[in-house]
Unconditional design. Structure first.
Length: 303
């Protein structure tokens, strides 16, 4: 783990050392006539949370479900090798979830990495399944998450997979307990991940929400794992950002359907060129995929 003390952490530590200012938004940069960077290792601020993250998050839940994912199915050794590589390249934003079963894998991988050099985002599953009986709140779940990760706080905790526009009422008790955890410092920011257009529209306006995980790519539509057409989703994300919400884009490559180089490049350019997100999460499964994604993000140019 010694390699994680090298230039990457000095350059991109998201833990608040105060050495790097957050990257400007696209519109601010264009107005000022500056060159805008969309590098995955850039340090950016999530909305109004004050939390600084690498622009690219390492996802851990590709094809995830029932506390397993393609990432955890790699096994601990391969998982650690992958995550070590991402960390060494400055990708210090870790996207986890109870649904993926990735907490113990992350703990074993980063046990020698200073906690302040990492940003932990996780998600709690709110519905009863064959693998979980939710408490109906958030305290029991977050307490377990903290133990699984060997930490005293989560940077971001989301209610996972909102499926309709009634989620604020449906999960009111979860929201209340997450708010209490936020007040106590065990969680720094709260929000939702959305898998429904109505849910996304509510999240963009709701005062409780700090962070939104939103499905967005240039193709749009259900075929490419989006909640509506690309222009429709884009308008909602612009509203969310105008309201001070942090937006993390997911399904940037259409949940694995955008595989050609030109397709990936077009999607990245659309998402960043329209200033739709603060950061993106991608479930990269190999060191080659990490390198490819970082190279593509670094090449994004906006006319």
């Amino acid at each position: 783990m010694k390699k994680h003390t090298r230039r990457a952490f000095l350059r991109t530590s998201a833990g608040g050392a105060g050495l790097l200012a957050a990257a400007p938004s696209l519109l601010e940069a264009l107005d000022a006539g500056r060159t805008t960077s969309f590098a995955g290792s850039d340090v950016v601020t999530l909305g109004k949370t004050g939390i600084k993250v690498s622009r690219l998050a390492q996802g851990t839940g590709f094809n995830g479900g029932s506390q397993s994912s393609a990432h955890t199915r790699l096994g601990q050794e391969a998982f650690s090798r992958l995550l070590h590589h991402s960390l060494d390249e400055g990708v210090t934003f870790l996207d986890m979830a109870d649904l993926y079963g990735s907490h113990p894998y992350v703990l074993k991988t980063v046990k020698d990495v200073p906690r302040d050099n990492l940003v932990y985002l996780s998600k709690l599953w709110p519905r009863k399944e064959d693998w979980i009986t939710p408490s109906g709140g958030a305290k029991r779940e977050v307490t377990r998450f903290l133990k699984e990760l060997g930490t005293d706080h989560l940077d971001v905790c989301l209610i996972h997979c909102m499926l309709n526009d009634q989620w604020p009422t449906e999960y009111e008790h979860i929201r209340d307990e997450l708010s209490q955890l936020k007040e106590s410092g065990e969680v720094r920011a709260v929000g939702v991940s959305c898998h429904d257009f109505g849910a996304l529209k509510v999240a963009a306006e709701h005062p409780w929400v700090d962070v939104i995980f939103a499905r967005i790519n240039d193709k749009g539509g259900r075929e490419y794992s989006c909640d509506a057409s690309a222009p429709e989703v884009a308008e909602v994300l612009k509203t969310a950002r105008a309201n001070g919400k942090a937006v993390v884009g997911m399904k940037i490559f259409g949940a694995g359907k955008l595989v050609e180089p030109e397709e990936k490049d077009a999607s990245l350019k659309y998402v960043f060129g329209n200033d739709l997100v603060d950061a993106v999460t991608i479930g990269m499964l190999s060191t080659d995929q990490v390198d490819d994604t970082l190279q593509r993000m670094a090449r994004v140019r906006v006319s």
